[in-house]
Design a protein around this ligand. Structure first.
Ligand code: SF4
Ligand code: FES
Length: 388
C-alpha cells in the first residue's frame, strides 16, 4: 500500500481528478446555449467529486470524512445522470471520450463504496489517511471539579490529583477512577449524570475546560477519550451554567425545562385504533426526510444552552420543531406546535438567540442554525395566520 501523505495520494481522489479533466474536454463542444445550463451543472458536479474527497480528508474525524465521501458519491451519480441526458439530447460529439468517462465513473463508484466501508472502522481510517493511532499510555492529571452539596449550597472548585489514567479510557471512566479514589479516601464521590455512555441519551453534560462536552467536535462527554489530554494537564470540569438548568448536585443539573418544552408540542397525534396508516407509506422527498432525520438526532443534552452567552434553547427547540416540520405527519399540528413550544421556552427563562453560532459549534449532533431559521419561519407563519 502506498504511503498516504496527503489527500492527493488517495486513489479515489486521483480517479475523481481524472474524471474532471475528461469532463471538461468533453463539454467543450457542447452547444453554446447550454453553457449556463447543463454544461455548467456537469462541470460543477464533476469538480465536486475530488473537492469533497479532499475536504473530507482535511477534517480530522472519520465521521466527517464519510459525510464528505457521501457527497462525492452523490455528485458522481449526478454527473452520470447529466452525461446520459446530454447524450440523449445529442450534445456529445466525441463518443470515445464519453464512454471513457462512463467507465471512469463506474470505477470511481466502486472505489468510493469500498473506501467508505473501510472508513467505518477507526483503524482503517488511520491507515487510509495515515493519521496516527496514538499508543496507549498512562498520564497524571490535575482535576479542578465543581463541587456543590445541593441546589441551595454555594459551590466551589476543588482540586484533585489523579495518577495513572490510561489514555484509552473515556472521560467518564476517568471520572469513575476519580470517584474510586475519593471513596477509598472516605470522601464524597463526585455526582455526575450518565446513562448510555454511547452518545445517545444526552445525560453526560459537562463543561470541560470551558467547552460543553470538551475539546473534541461532534461528540458527547462520554465519547471523549483521555487521549485528547496530555500528561500533567489541568482539566476544569463544571456543570452546565444556565438559569434554566439549576445545579442539583456537583455536575448534575436539572434539565426538566427541556421535558416541559417537549410536552408543549414536541409530538404528533396519531390514532392508535389499529387502522393507523404506516408512516412509510406516505412518500416524502429524500432531502426533506434526511433533514428531518438530522434534526431528530438531537439528544436534548443542553450543550447548545450551555454554549450560548444568552442561555438560549433555540437550537434544541428548533431541532424538535424541524424534525416534524418537513414531514406530512408533522404539518397537522405545525402551527400549534411552533407557538406552544416557543411560549414554553420563554416561560422556562431561556434567553434569546443573537446568531453567534456558539450553539451550532458545540452541538454534538451537528444541528445547524438553519433549524433556527426554519423555526422562526414556522413561528411567524403560525402567528400571522392567527390559528391556534
Ligand atoms: S441541539 Fe445539539 S446541543 Fe442542543 S440539545 Fe440537541 S443535541 Fe444537544
Ligand atoms: S451518557 Fe448518554 S450521551 Fe453520554
Amino acid at each position: 500500500m502506498t504511503e498516504i501523505k496527503s489527500y492527493k495520494d488517495l486513489l479515489i481522489w486521483q480517479k475523481g481528478f481524472q474524471v474532471v479533466i475528461a469532463v471538461y474536454k468533453l463539454v467543450k463542444s457542447f452547444p453554446q446555449e447550454e453553457l449556463y445550463a447543463l454544461t455548467n451543472q456537469i462541470k460543477r458536479a464533476s469538480v465536486s467529486i475530488p473537492s469533497n474527497i479532499a475536504e473530507g480528508y482535511g477534517r480530522n474525524r472519520e465521521k466527517s470524512f464519510n459525510h464528505f465521501i457521501d457527497i462525492a458519491r452523490g455528485s458522481l451519480y449526478e454527473l452520470e445522470t447529466q452525461l446520459l441526458l446530454s447524450k440523449e439530447l445529442e450534445f456529445v460529439t466525441d463518443n470515445g471520450l464519453f464512454n471513457e468517462i462512463l467507465n471512469l465513473i463506474e470505477e470511481e463508484s466502486k472505489m468510493i463504496n469500498s473506501f467508505s466501508r473501510k472508513l467505518k472502522t477507526a483503524n482503517h481510517y488511520s491507515l487510509i489517511t495515515n493519521k496516527k493511532i496514538m499508543a496507549s499510555k498512562n498520564i497524571n492529571i490535575t482535576l479542578k471539579v465543581w463541587r456543590q452539596k445541593n441546589a441551595k449550597a454555594k459551590g466551589s472548585m476543588e482540586t484533585y490529583k489523579l495518577d495513572n489514567v490510561s489514555t484509552d479510557s473515556s472521560f467518564l471512566e476517568m471520572m469513575d477512577q476519580l470517584n474510586e479514589q475519593l471513596i477509598e479516601e472516605e470522601k464524597d464521590p463526585v455526582a455526575f449524570d450518565h446513562d448510555c455512555r454511547e452518545g445517545i441519551c444526552g445525560m453526560c453534560s459537562m463543561y470541560i475546560n470551558g467547552r460543553p462536552h470538551g475539546p473534541d467536535k461532534l461528540i458527547t462527554t462520554c465519547q471523549l477519550h483521555m487521549r485528547s489530554f496530555n500528561d500533567n494537564d489541568t482539566i476544569y470540569v463544571e456543570p452546565w451554567r444556565s438559569v434554566a438548568f439549576p445545579v442539583i448536585k456537583d455536575l448534575v443539573v436539572d434539565r426538566s425545562a427541556f421535558d416541559r418544552i417537549q410536552q408543549a408540542g414536541g409530538f404528533i397525534s396519531v390514532g392508535t385504533s389499529g387502522n393507523t396508516v404506516d408512516a412509510n407509506s406516505i412518500p416524502v422527498p429524500k432531502d426533506d426526510a434526511d433533514t428531518a432525520f438530522d434534526n431528530a438526532t438531537c439528544i436534548g443534552c443542553g450543550a447548545c444552552v450551555a454554549a450560548c452567552k444568552n442561555g438560549s434553547a433555540m437550537l434544541f427547540v428548533s431541532a424538535k420543531i424541524s424534525q416534524f416540520a418537513l414531514l406530512p405527519q408533522g404539518r397537522v399540528e405545525a402551527k400549534r406546535r411552533a407557538q406552544n413550544m416557543v411560549a414554553q421556552m420563554d416561560a422556562e427563562g431561556f434567553g434569546n438567540c443573537t446568531n453567534t453560532g456558539a450553539c451550532e459549534a458545540e452541538c454534538p449532533k451537528g444541528i445547524t442554525l438553519e433549524s433556527i431559521a426554519r423555526m422562526n419561519r414556522e413561528y411567524l407563519h403560525a402567528k400571522i395566520s392567527h390559528e391556534k
